[in-house]
Design a protein. Structure first.
Length: 149
């Protein structure tokens, strides 16, 4: 009977060391996984932030480009393309000012007077009025001052 009791006592300690080994391997595996995951997560986060900043700058550039196209077309006497570009400018401006992502609160407040002249400018361009080119140039300067200042 002495042999039976020794065998019974030896087996639990052997399975206990096996369980300890499994736990150690699992912990090491988790640490190795985290050592690979954390730097990639940080890199992906930085890339996401860079993408958001680039998209923000792109929206601002496209908005300013639409207004500049309207000014150039009006100066050349191409009033219909100027009207379409101005319409795109005001549409993107109204969409962008609705969200706080593209403009600060002070910029949005400063743009309210620009939005007030929308209908009048579009009407001038629809009537092929040469004075619309000067008004558009003034609008472009005011917009650029608001965005850059």
């Amino acid at each position: 009977m002495n042999l039976v009791s020794e065998d019974l006592q030896a087996k639990p300690s052997k399975s206990g060391t096996l369980m300890q080994r499994v736990m150690i391997y699992a912990a090491v595996l988790l640490i190795v996984f985290l050592l690979g995951f954390v730097p990639m997560w940080l890199k992906a986060r930085a890339a996401t932030n860079n993408l958001a900043e680039a998209e923000h700058k792109l929206v601002l550039s496209q908005t300013q480009n639409d207004l500049a196209s309207a000014v150039i077309d009006a100066r050349r006497g191409d009033y219909e393309p100027a009207r379409q570009a101005l319409s795109r400018f005001f549409n993107s401006l109204s969409a962008a000012t609705g969200s706080s992502a593209n403009y600060t609160e002070a910029q949005r407040q400063s743009m309210q007077p620009l939005m007030a002249g929308r209908d009048e400018l579009i009407t001038l361009l629809a009537r092929n009025d040469p004075s619309s080119a000067d008004r558009l140039a003034d609008l472009f300067v005011a917009y650029r001052k608001i965005v850059s200042g």
